[in-house]
Design a protein around this ligand. Structure first.
Ligand SMILES: C[S@@+](CC[C@H](N)C(=O)[O-])C[C@H]1O[C@@H](n2cnc3c(N)ncnc32)[C@H](O)[C@@H]1O
Length: 247
């Protein structure tokens, strides 16, 4: 079933994309909005509960602010917290993030499994970035937080990596802006390549469900089609949006 969570101020909530670490609202406000979104995902049976450790999240946020080189990012503080919390709750052994640019989106997911915010033992947390220079920077960033190598970034096409991945995929994060005129339309190609390895309990996250809704038309229609997936929620806590689909 398809549904929507929309915070009342989603369209006035703003961040500076070049200074992603600046606080844009009181912490209680951010925690409250993210808590409501998590509750909505629990009601849709995508998440089993809504609990995550806020101190570990802050340790993660501080480490990223200190150690990552981030030229820009569209991941707002609300979505950074939301991604961390979803991963802390789902605890994916295997997570793949497609289209990670400098690695900020990737670590917002992977930070629940590695580094100072780690709250469970992960197996493989894989970021995929098709531009080699960006993949190298993302990998450098990630190595500063996770010396273990459980989280890593590879320079490759996410469609191929997902298709060749030999194990179950517990969480798939989509943010690739495909080359060759495909744009965000590549989400559906990546999801279709991943489907044989998704299982009941897997979660699929798709960034830009609001500001790229038109370019994601086919993807959004696919995940929201009645009967295809048990539930899909358009989580709107900012102007970008995150479609959260449960398998
Ligand atoms: C717009 S960026 C994502 C930025 C992210 N939303 C943030 O705020 O940090 C999309 C990235 O996807 C990458 N990309 C495009 N097609 C890809 C593919 N097939 N596989 C992996 N990465 C891809 C692009 O090179 C680009 O770095």
């Amino acid at each position: 079933m398809a549904s929507t969570y929309r915070s009342p101020d989603w369209d006035t909530y703003r961040m500076d994309y070049s200074h992603s670490h600046r606080e844009v609202e009181p912490p209680e406000k951010e925690i409250g909005v993210v808590g409501e979104a998590l509750e909505c995902l629990r009601e849709a049976d995508i998440l089993p509960h809504t609990e995550y450790n806020p101190d570990k999240f802050l340790a993660h946020r501080r480490a990223v602010a200190e150690l990552f080189e981030i030229p820009w990012t569209a991941i707002t503080p609300r979505v950074q917290r939301l991604l961390y919390a979803i991963n802390a709750i789902v605890q994916p052994r295997n997570m793949i993030a497609a289209g990670v640019f400098c690695g900020n989106t990737f670590i917002s997911n992977a930070g629940a499994g590695v580094g100072p915010g780690a709250c469970y033992a992960a197996r493989q947390l894989l970021g995929v970035e098709i531009v080699p220079e960006e993949a190298a920077r993302a990998e450098r960033n990630v190595r500063r937080i996770d010396p273990s190598g459980i989280a890593r970034v590879v320079a490759a096409d996410a469609v191929e990596v997902v298709a060749e991945f030999a194990e179950p995929i517990d969480l798939l994060y989509l943010d690739a802006d495909g080359a060759g005129g495909k744009g965000k339309g590549i989400y559906l190609e990546i999801l279709e390549a991943a489907e044989p390895r998704l299982h009941p309990g897997s979660v699929i996250l798709a960034h830009n469900s609001v500001n790229c809704a038109e370019r994601l038309e086919h993807y959004l229609a696919y995940v929201r089609e009645p009967g295809r997936f048990p539930a899909s929620v358009n989580v709107i806590v900012d102007g970008e949006g995150l479609e959260v689909t449960g398998r």
